[in-house]
Ligand binder design. Structure first.
Ligand SMILES: [Zn+2]
Ligand SMILES: [Zn+2]
Length: 252
């Protein structure tokens, strides 16, 4: 701290940047639409006239925050590709959420559900759905509730809170199955990669961890793509073959 580099990056923040950062801090996990509105409000309020794109504007803030190990990060939901933003601690692990974001009970339940979701994402457990090979990467809500270790109604409340805070998300409208939510994907990315490196794989095109998605039809190939990434990747004239083994890639 205090090097000329830090001072330079901190002073490169305008009032518009600070306004934007405060909005992100207050908002928890924000949708892309919320963030675009916040960006417009920041520019209008402080007569910020540069035509900086949102990504560069955020990058300037992230440079200033880096020595605090904080960062504004965005991640696409595995369900539909919708983007979310949040301010995260780049050194976060599950334990560091204790007291600040999650109670001990919530962490205990979350950890067991997370382990079960990771297990369910193993390519060996892939399923055939609508003619394509998928990684379900989710568990049933009844199984999730058994991981609570308390009375059923308390487990239900804990689960609801984990969903509300976007640590978990229901994968079906009927709330039958559950997987990791955008908050987990954002906050725990590094931690998951370091602690579960043999069990958590990344999507071949967006390089983010992947639990739910499509797997190459070739049983010897473990390439995975999120549903929205596969759609984007194969849009246009690109051949529908696995980017790695060139096996035909079936889409839903
Ligand atoms: Zn992806
Ligand atoms: Zn392949």
């Amino acid at each position: 701290m205090g090097s000329s580099d830090d001072e330079e990056s901190a002073s490169s923040l305008t009032d518009a940047h600070r306004f934007f950062l405060q909005g992100i801090m207050a908002g928890g996990t924000l949708s892309e639409k919320d963030v675009e509105e916040l960006f417009s409000a920041a520019k209008e309020t402080y007569k910020y006239r540069q035509t900086t794109p949102l990504t560069d504007f955020v990058e300037t803030i992230n440079k200033a925050l880096s020595f605090l190990y904080m960062q504004i990060r965005n991640i696409a939901s595995e369900l539909d590709g919708e983007k979310f933003y949040g301010l995260i601690n780049t050194r976060a692990d599950l334990e560091s959420q204790k007291g600040t974001q999650l109670t001990l009970t919530e962490i205990g339940m979350f950890r067991k559900i997370m382990n079960a979701v990771i297990e369910a994402s193993d390519p060996a457990k892939s399923k055939e759905r609508d003619g394509i090979r998928v990684s379900e990467g989710s568990i049933s809500v009844s199984a999730a509730l058994e991981h609570g270790g308390n009375a059923h109604s308390l487990n239900e409340r804990t689960l609801e809170r984990l969903v509300q805070e976007r640590w978990l998300v229901y994968t079906t409208p009927a709330h039958k199955r559950i997987t990791l939510g955008v908050r987990s994907l954002m906050e725990l990315k590094q931690w998951l990669e370091e602690n579960y490196e043999d069990h958590v794989s990344n999507c071949l095109t967006c390089h983010e961890p992947i639990f739910m998605g499509e797997i190459c039809q070739n049983n010897r190939c473990e390439v995975k793509l999120h549903h929205h990434c596969s759609k984007r990747w194969f849009t246009g004239n690109r051949e529908r073959v696995c980017p790695s083994c060139k096996n035909v890639w079936k889409m839903r």
